[in-house]
Design a protein around this ligand. Structure first.
Ligand code: TXA
Ligand code: MG
Length: 334
């Protein structure tokens, strides 16, 4: 299949209108979208990604008033979140209306709804004239794409259109919040934090790790690079102790510095002193920068043939909770 690569929102909208899929930018990660009311079109998304049919999609809207078309009831907990954070990097789960085909929600009686902050994404939805069902635009299991190069790498010749735009502002997927109950329950942490949600509703919580999986996507290994992912603590600097066999450098790049580096190993985190030892390293100045760069660093490491990526552990508060959630999935923890 030939892929049209375009920066014209209109061209991408024409694909969506004709029952096709198109990848598009958002402020979180790139998505791959289709008309949410068109069952056949939505099936094409699952096929292109190799996504299990029991993992439901998020429906993207451009106007708040569309929520009441898609959902049966906007609960008080949803109302507060929508008022404060729509448009933005957050998704609310509500009871669904009949109009939404079962393939979108994987047969669940609930629907995930998000209004992106990205103007290009909202323009695409407006021009398409329908809500757009869209998961992240990666092959199932791979790290989500944070720029259009990533999308092309995974989706070129698998989908007919890629709408190109800027790199994602946040770099991690939206915070998914179940609003069907009395208080908000965070199913997937993201850039909108528990602390922020608690300011609206003090009873807000993370979903308990045990028991029934409410967000089916959370049961799969996810966001994983080909390289092994290891989480390292800052305090103990177990970076060094875990693999003591440090090799002499041989390559051209490394000869320049004549330092001893850890070949085929990479580091991402906030602590400069760890980074020195590695062939490849990304030092992030802030936790937001860490979140923004994590997935693209995973992809870069895979391209360079890195075997192990050491990722610095961060406190599970604020956006740190989202980083630790993705790292847990990336190393295969359920
Ligand atoms: O930032 C984002 O959310 C991006 C951009 C493209 O909007 N989208 C995204 O979609 O990350 P996806 O499909 O990769 O992740 C959607 C998550 C999955 O974990 C899925 O199981 C969950 O949302 N989800 C969708 N519908 C649900 C529902 N009705 N109940 C519970 N979880 C749901
Ligand atoms: Mg995804």
């Amino acid at each position: 299949m030939q892929t049209t690569i375009t920066n014209s929102v209109k061209i991408a909208a024409d694909f969506i209108k004709s029952g096709e899929v198109a990848a598009f930018p958002t402020e979180t990660v790139y998505g791959i979208g289709a008309n949410a009311y068109d069952e056949k079109a939505v099936r094409k998304i699952f096929k292109a990604k190799g996504r299990p049919a029991d993992n439901p999609l998020i429906v993207h809207i451009a106007r708040k008033k569309d929520i009441s078309v898609l959902a049966k009831e906007i609960t008080p907990s949803a109302k507060k979140i929508i008022k404060e954070f729509f448009p933005g990097p957050v998704t609310v789960i509500l009871k669904k209306n009949e109009i939404v085909p079962g393939v979108v929600t994987a047969g669940l009686d609930t629907i995930a709804i998000r209004m992106p902050a990205s103007k290009i994404a909202r323009e695409l939805i407006k021009l398409s004239g329908v809500p757009i069902a869209a998961p992240s635009a990666n092959l199932s299991g791979s790290p989500s794409p944070t720029n259009f190069i990533h999308v092309l790498r995974d989706m070129r010749n698998k989908i007919p259109c890629v709408l190109i735009g800027p790199a994602a502002k946040f770099g991690l997927e939206s915070t998914v919040i179940d609003c069907t109950g009395k208080y908000p329950v965070i199913l997937r942490p993201g850039s909108i934090t528990l602390e922020q949600i608690k300011r609206l509703d003090k009873n807000a919580v993370y979903q308990k790790r045990t028991g029934k999986v409410k967000s089916p996507g959370q049961k799969y290994k996810h966001y994983a690079p080909k390289a092994r992912v290891k989480i390292v603590k800052r305090e103990t600097s177990n970076v060094k102790r875990e693999t003591p066999n440090v090799k002499r450098e041989t390559s051209k790049v490394k000869r320049e510095t004549s330092n001893v580096k850890r070949v085929k190993e990479a580091y991402i985190g906030l602590t400069r002193k760890f980074a020195r030892d590695f062939e490849v390293a990304k030092i992030c100045k802030t936790i937001e920068e860490y979140a923004k760069n994590l997935f693209s660093f995973f992809r870069e490491c895979d391209e360079m043939g890195i075997k192990t990526i050491y990722c610095e552990k961060v406190p599970e508060k604020g956006i740190g909770a989202a980083i630790m959630n993705r790292l847990g999935k990336a190393r295969g923890k359920k």
